[in-house]
Structure formats: C-alpha cells, structure tokens
Design a protein around this ligand. Structure first.
Ligand SMILES: [Zn+2]
Length: 227
C-alpha cells in the first residue's frame, strides 16, 4: 500500500560533525552537523511510532563512536553500524576496540564490505571476497556471527543479492527509501543528508509516500532485483 505507515522505517546516517579523514568525491552531502543530528534523534525519540523507527550508520566513521552513540544512549535509542573493514583502525574510522565497545553498549554491527566499492561493478570473485572477507573480519573482532549487510551506494542487482545470500547474510539494507518489512531480505532505508529538509524528515518518519513515489520506488526496486 502506498501509505503503509505501520511498517518499519530505517533512517540511515553516515558521518556526524567534522570528518577526520579525507572524504570521497560527493561524500560531504552525507555528513550532517551535530545539532542537526541531535534534532533528528529528538524527533525519533518522541515519535508516536518510535518502535517502528530503526537507525543505521554506514561507513564506520569514528563519529559513530564519539558522537552518535552517546546521543543515542541519552535518548534510550540503539542502532546498527555497518562497517567498512578495509578502513578499520585508519585515522577517522572505527578501530577494533571501538567496534567491540559498540557491541557492549547494546549496538549491532554489520558489514558494508571492505573498500566501499560499487558491488554491481565487481567480478564474481571480487564480490565474493568483499562479502565473505568483511564478514569474517567482523566476526573475528566481534566474536559473534555477522548476519546483515548494507549495500554501498545502494547499488545492487540480482547477482549482488544472490551473492549476499550465498555468503550467509540474512538481510541486506539498501537506500531505496520508504518502508521496510523485518521479514524481507532486502530492506530499504532513507539516508539523512545535510540537505534533508524538515518536511522530508516528517515524511520519512511517517513512512507515508505519495502514490507516484511509491510506484516509482516499486518499479526501480523490481528492475534492480531482476537485472
Ligand atoms: Zn557507504
């Protein structure tokens, strides 16, 4: 249904505050200020449908640990953090101890691959390595199974989804927007960017979509799943 407000919504963040590493091209739009981040969390914390609002973070930036987690805990919220294993321990990124600390604070950890590559552009061997080696690295650090992945750039196709399932993942988070079902393998999210307007945020939190947007999203996801 176009207005499935009872379904779950996933708000996805990347970096908060000032980056402590050189950003990739076009990445800066995904970094938001601390005040804006607090504002979004405040709205989630008091939302009437709060239990259906999920929070995720991609890329494993050190701001996950230094800024996001204290703000989440202050509001009784938790989140899932999708880490790039090729950046673990690099300046500006989470280290192994940070990742273990996140787990101990009740947060969840998932894979975002190794090197932030477009998974649709890789050979089968490269793709399998991104999925399997990142999972193994995180399982070594966390000491528990890693079951979820977040797809870099939200770019996927049928081969990517099949490879994720073969690698043992039970869920893959995309960036298709709108609602998601917790029983689905492919779980759409909406990224909160520094240019996300308040009105858009209200719509994202409500899970409501216009008929036209819902149809466009459904068509786009169907094409990506089968290509
Ligand atoms: Zn990413």
């Amino acid at each position: 249904m176009p207005t499935a407000s009872r379904k779950f919504r996933v708000l996805n963040f990347h970096g908060i505050g000032t980056p402590h590493r050189v950003l990739d091209p076009l990445e800066d739009v995904f970094w938001i200020g601390i005040d804006r981040f607090r504002d979004v969390l405040d709205r989630i914390a008091v939302h009437s449908d709060r239990e259906r609002l999920f929070i995720t973070f991609d890329d494993g930036n050190i701001s996950d640990f230094l800024i996001a987690v204290p703000e989440l805990q202050r509001r009784g919220l938790s989140a899932e953090f999708f880490v790039l294993t090729g950046r673990i321990g690099d300046p500006g990124s989470l280290g192994p101890e940070d990742i273990r600390a996140l787990l101990q604070m009740g947060m969840r950890i998932g894979s975002h691959g190794i090197a932030h590559r477009d998974w649709t552009s890789l050979s089968a061997r490269e793709l399998n390595n991104e999925l399997n080696a990142s999972k193994a690295t995180l399982e070594r650090i966390c000491g528990e199974p890693i079951r979820c992945a977040a797809i870099p750039f939200g770019r996927y196709n049928a081969a990517v989804l099949a490879a994720l399932q073969r690698a043992g993942y039970v869920a893959a988070y995309s960036s298709d927007g709108g609602c998601m079902q917790t029983t689905a393998f492919l779980r759409p999210r909406t990224s909160i960017r520094h240019d996300t307007l308040d009105g858009e945020l209200t719509e994202i939190l409500s899970g409501k979509m216009s008929n036209l947007r819902w149809l466009r999203r459904a068509a786009a996801m169907a094409i990506k799943r089968w290509v």
